[in-house]
Ligand binder design. Sequence first.
Ligand SMILES: *[C@@H]1O[C@H](CO)[C@@H](O)[C@H](O)[C@H]1NC(C)=O
Ligand SMILES: *[C@@H]1O[C@H](CO)[C@@H](O)[C@H](O)[C@H]1NC(C)=O
Ligand SMILES: *[C@@H]1O[C@H](CO)[C@@H](O)[C@H](O)[C@H]1NC(C)=O
Ligand SMILES: *[C@@H]1O[C@H](CO)[C@@H](O)[C@H](O)[C@H]1NC(C)=O
Ligand SMILES: *[C@@H]1O[C@H](CO)[C@@H](O)[C@H](O)[C@H]1NC(C)=O
Length: 817
Amino acid sequence: MGGFGLFLLYSILFSILRSSTALDSVKPSEPLRDGDFLVSADQTFELGFFNLPDSKSRYLGLRYKNIFPQTIVWVANRDHPLSNTLGVLNITSKGNLVLVNSTNDIIWSSNTTRTVKDPVAQILKSGNFVLRDGNDSNLDNILWQSFDHPVDTLLPGMKIGSNLVTGLNWFLSSWKGTEDPAPGEFSLQLDLNGYPQMLLKKGNKIQFRPGSWNGLSFTGNAEVLRPNPSFTYEFVLNKDEIYYTIHSLVVSRFTLNPSGTPQLFTWNDQTREWTIFNAAIFDQCENYAFCGAYSNCNTKKSSVCECLDGFTPKSPNDWNLQVWSGGCVPKTPLKCSDKSGFLKIKGSKLPDTSSCWFDRKIDLKECERLCSLNCSCTAYANLDIRNRGSGCLLWFDELIDMREITEGRQDLYVRLAASELDKITRKRMRQSLKAGIIAGSVILGIIMPLFFYIWRRNLRKHGMANRSFERNDYITEGRKEDMELQFFNLNTISEATNSFSSSNKLGEGGFGLVYKGILVDGQEIAVKRLSRSSSQGMNEFKNEVTLIAKLQHRNLVKLLGCCIHGDEKMLIYEYMPNKSLDYFIFDQTRSKLLDWNKRVHIIGGIARGLLYLHQDSRLRIIHRDLKGSNILLDGDMNPKISDFGLARTFGANQTEGNTRRVVGTYGYMSPEYAVDGLFSVKSDVFSFGVLILEIVSGKKNRGFCHPDHDLNLLGHAWTLWIKRKPHELIDECLTVSSTLSEAVRCINVGLLCVQKRPEDRPNMSSVVVMLSSGNPLPQPKQPGFFMERTAAEVDTSSNTHQSSSTNEVTVTILEPR
Ligand SMILES: *[C@@H]1O[C@H](CO)[C@@H](O)[C@H](O)[C@H]1NC(C)=O
Ligand SMILES: *[C@@H]1O[C@H](CO)[C@@H](O)[C@H](O)[C@H]1NC(C)=O
Ligand SMILES: *[C@@H]1O[C@H](CO)[C@@H](O)[C@H](O)[C@H]1NC(C)=O
Ligand SMILES: *[C@@H]1O[C@H](CO)[C@@H](O)[C@H](O)[C@H]1NC(C)=O
Ligand SMILES: *[C@@H]1O[C@H](CO)[C@@H](O)[C@H](O)[C@H]1NC(C)=O
């Protein structure tokens, strides 16, 4: 038996070894067969046939030779997969590069138009797969190249844009799914109408507009392109070509993922993994034209959309209902004969430039003159903001898709009637005068000493503050020097927590007691003393914690470091002054502090944090214990998910003897998880759905009672939904008459998330879109677990993380195998 097994193994190994040949070029006489690889001269890239996990479809694709798991950067036959391993890449007698299947049918072709005597196909160092004349020593004489036909990945040196001479259009198009390279819904392209601008489209619809190039970045993305020595970005506009490209000193790629998120990855040779260098997090304002015309978007304000000065909502009614897409109109309509002037708007994402006129030489004065000469000109701006600005952009249409960029350096000059301009100038002067007088007297008395105090505190905190480089709506992962996990020693922590005194105890979380501490430098921390023995060894634990610490997002509690001393393991987090969500929403008085806007903000924040865990971070974390007490609130009531990643460390799929652990909390656990121990991102979606319903209703799912029936909150919400009375679910303390539709929308999304079958539940990227867009939503099906009391309940002692509420426990069920 053993001998036979060994023989089998050998023959398999042998067949693998035998069948794989590395070629340095494909020629008519040397085609590339399945199993062989065409390798670049520097051994970085290879081209060959591959399939994706759980699929038999074979594709011809380009990947990094030494990076595992395989990272595909280009696919030839993305929408015509081969059904077996008999595909061949050959060069025809006409010099065409063709992929044929076993019946010799052409599956894919380069459609080369020029013919040469001695064609060869090779991979260049850049990752460009080219067909050229093997007889020609000039390497730039290329007949066809993969760089002209990008898939979802932009390698350094590739272009997004257009060749105006050949008409070639370079754009990224997402995969349909992580396992399907066929063209998906999303594309990232340069729109050449008016002044060229980058657009992210879903189908034909503009989803997000990074905007036009201002010399430093796309005007909508001031944050994304912070200067970095490893990368340079280039925008080229001349009579032959218009394109955007990246140059990089390190191994990197810019990829549009299947859910439509553009991400820049760099390869970390030490950890041997891809690091997301920076990625946009989509908030409402990034939805194209979210605020309509002449309106500024800013999610940090209570009214997300605000008309520009001198403009007023087109439909005040819609505006009050927070339906903003109608936009604004001038308070004083402007006729051609009227006197007009320009109002400067600072730090703005420039409006849609698709109908702009531009000139790259004119200065701002001349630009203003040109605009004022033509009465259909609505605004002007500098085209390039480097060196105090140059060039001129003129708008002749409504100004749409603007947003405030706090640190932005781009100014826009908007045309207004002279009378309106006068009013605004006078108002602003009055305000600054008033502010000046008040400030003058206050500064001397109170603010100065306070300012000094804060300033000095900040100085001391600076070391810590440096670790945080989330800013605005963008996150940056992976700069080595910032990322190193801090190891605290036991003395430091013991001192900070007053020797773990009971007066410092904040609560008991899923994995141990939590204490408040203050470090010598004044920074407040929360210390989680892990009670459970993890099945991992010390090094594994360190690795795991290091990975968790790399997850950084504005809606995740920041892990600052850890402390390991003998058997004792502790995690050090940033301290959250406002405890947790359940502390507010389930309390009669405190719930009044969370008005509807705050609740929407919290729901959106949790959704984005969870999306990041599920999809955008490099670890793909399933939380498994999402609940009110695990949503902490910072000083501004921003929600932050805590305890993420711990389920990995103390995970459910680790066998311990003959038991299997299920970590989770009743009331939030999906049926498939609680009953069968099956967890997936969809079990998190279920818990999130419960959270939405709890936030909207102010009631706990578990322990919910109603005089009319025996259902839990999910059942109650479902019943009201069917009876078309969902508004009865809304917390009485909310005066949401103006935002009723938004609340009902949240309930709808909540119910979609708690549907019984995991496959019916949306994933978090859809949830984020559903919450922020106004598109019609699907009807939910019956939720899982809506007869609460029939489900098994296990109650042990009370505990929560940094919270004083009771009644909610993370349970660990030990099931016999
Ligand atoms: C590849 O193309 C050459 C030239 O057209 C042809 O002679 C050869 O048979 C082809 N090989 C395969 C495997 O199709
Ligand atoms: C080869 O491709 C042709 C055309 O797409 C298709 O009809 C044929 O079934 C394919 N052969 C195999 C063996 O897949
Ligand atoms: C080659 O031409 C065919 C037929 O016109 C087309 O379907 C295919 O997409 C072209 N291939 C490439 C790589 O452009
Ligand atoms: C091209 O190749 C042919 C033979 O394959 C050779 O005779 C000729 O000199 C080559 N031409 C150049 C320009 O290298
Ligand atoms: C103003 O500009 C628009 C758009 O460029 C143009 O169509 C129109 O002719 C111009 N009007 C005048 C008076 O120059």
